[in-house]
Design a protein. Structure first.
Length: 91
């Protein structure tokens, strides 16, 4: 028996991973807020905080812009998340 992993066109289109420009949530810095983990948008390169953070800026960014794929900006983590299709992929 073979198992097929689900994928989506957004994740398969992410062929070159955009790294974070800095290790900080760009929106939290503006307001003096804190964050837990960081994610980098794979469409525009902005780095924002995750859903475990008080402001959930990465998810808000998806809802405002429609940019579907984010990558973990955490050192040593190599994964992508597609907000549109709610799918995860390691790279």
């Amino acid at each position: 028996m073979s198992l097929k992993m689900k994928t989506c066109r957004h994740l398969t289109a992410a062929t070159e991973i955009l790294p974070p420009k800095s290790y900080a949530c760009e929106e939290c810095v503006k307001t003096g807020s804190s964050w837990v983990h960081l994610r980098t948008c794979q469409t525009c390169g902005v780095t924002l905080c995750c859903d475990s953070s008080p402001n959930k800026h990465a998810t808000k960014h998806f809802h405002e812009t429609g940019h579907p794929v984010t990558a973990s900006a955490e050192p040593g983590e190599r994964w992508l998340w597609c907000y549109a299709d709610e799918l995860y992929a390691k790279y």
